[in-house]
Design a protein around this ligand. Structure first.
Ligand code: G3P
Length: 226
């Protein structure tokens, strides 16, 4: 990913499913093109292939399994995401936690295929553990602030800075994102100030009355090359 960037997680919000996923991704692409800022999207697994075909934006899966191809009914192996057009995946989101061993295996499998991995962490302790597994990014997201109106950058800036320190100590190659409650360009600018290379967010875009307007404001915060 070109940093700094916004990664818009569509979750399973009805506003971002099926044709609406494609429409929202197109809005993100328009904002990226107009502003020159870096954006990526993470639609539902069902919509990923169509979104990847429809827009020139990096597309991430919301979750993958370190499952083998072949006899793996119902699992989401990295090869399936790659074939669908993904450039990477989120894993261990607080709404979809997985075991450390699975994350370790997934990071290895994804890196063989050239897929980037964003591991979510609830707190600095998890961030430090996750860093040792060598993902490309760790996204710090205090679960209690997710989907709320107060940005983590305002409510708990110290969680971000402590996580940044833990990650730098454990594995300086890992870049840091943060998320939860991020709604404005000011929040994004603050996230960069705190040592991140961008923001993982959802409701501030997906649930906005005017997602394009929200995105344009958020993108304004991506001012510093991290
Ligand atoms: O993955 C993004 C996330 O959990 C933050 O959600 O709605 O607080 O931006 P939200």
């Amino acid at each position: 990913m070109r940093t700094p960037f916004l990664l818009v997680n569509f979750k399973a919000y009805e506003e971002a499913l099926g044709p609406k996923a494609v429409a929202l991704a197109k809005t993100c692409a328009t904002v990226e093109e107009d502003t020159g800022r870096s954006l990526a999207v993470a639609p539902s697994a069902f919509d990923l292939a169509l979104v990847a075909k429809s827009v020139r934006l990096p597309v991430f899966a919301q979750h993958l399994d370190p499952a083998e191809t072949g006899k793996s009914t119902g699992w989401l192996p990295p090869e399936a995401a790659l074939a669908a057009g993904a450039v990477g995946t989120i894993v261990n989101h607080s709404e979809r936690k997985v075991a450390w061993e699975e994350i370790r295996d997934l990071v290895k499998r994804c890196h063989v295929l050239g897929l980037e991995v964003v591991v979510c962490a609830d707190d600095p302790g998890e961030a430090g553990t996750a860093a040792k597994l060598g993902p490309d990014y760790i996204a710090i997201e205090p679960p209690e602030l997710i989907g709320g109106d107060v940005s983590v950058t305002t409510a708990k800036p110290e969680v971000i800075t402590r996580s940044v320190d833990r990650i730098r100590t454990a594995n300086p190659a890992v870049k840091v994102l943060c998320g939860a409650g991020v709604k404005t360009g000011k929040d994004v600018a603050k996230a960069l100030e705190l040592g991140t290379v961008g923001v993982l967010l959802a409701s501030g875009v997906v649930k906005a009355k005017n997602p394009e307007k929200a995105l344009r404001d958020l993108a304004k915060g991506l001012t510093r090359e991290a």
